[in-house]
Design a protein around this ligand. Sequence first.
Ligand code: SAH
Length: 213
Amino acid sequence: MIQLGNTGVAGQRIKSLLEQQGISTPSVLAAIQDTPRDYFVEEAFALQAWGNQALPIGAGQTISQPYIVARMTELLMQSKPQRVLEIGTGSGYQTAILAQVFPRVYSVERIQALQWQAKRRLKNLDLHNVMMKYGDGWQGWQSKSPFDAIIVTAAPAEVPQALLTQLADGGQLILPLGVESQVLQVITRNGDSYSSQNVENVRFVPLVQGDLA
Ligand code: SAH
């Protein structure tokens, strides 16, 4: 049976690997340790699922590396957000981590088959504080805004304007920015002004603009 917290030695290993890489927030480490990552990849890759690497999830997309999932979650935690929006549900792995750390999670995906699979996985893991939507993440999720935090798990060439306006005052947006080379950026809203900070270089699939798949 699939359940959280049943990951044995594999879970312990990935936790200590991330600790060595500087991840230190206990709730983030616990969520990574407890989440069966092999459940989120195609079966042929299940044996590789516990390594610290990105892997294919179908439709030309990838599940992010556990390190980067943990890092982005940890960065968002600093402002203790209640309502978090994720753009790019993909496999649902990052969504599952967010759901264990934050009270309410909203997630948008533009490939319907991936969204269905992710929804089923979260339900089977008994993670019920997540709402998912099939749609274009460039537009955010207007009717559920404002969000205390927004995390984008695909890389746009420029910051989508809708995401800035759907951020609550004091809220934070974290996203990989750029095409050829990308930098992880944290943008903080202060009333009508926004300040940004570069964190580290990263590599993500592109955030697609326009038509749905
Ligand atoms: N967080 C995911 C990473 C998936 S890769 C995981 O842990 O598995 C990025 C995802 O972003 C892909 O599934 C891709 O289809 C999706 N994506 C790309 N452009 C998008 C857009 N404009 N709106 C919503 N999702 C988008």
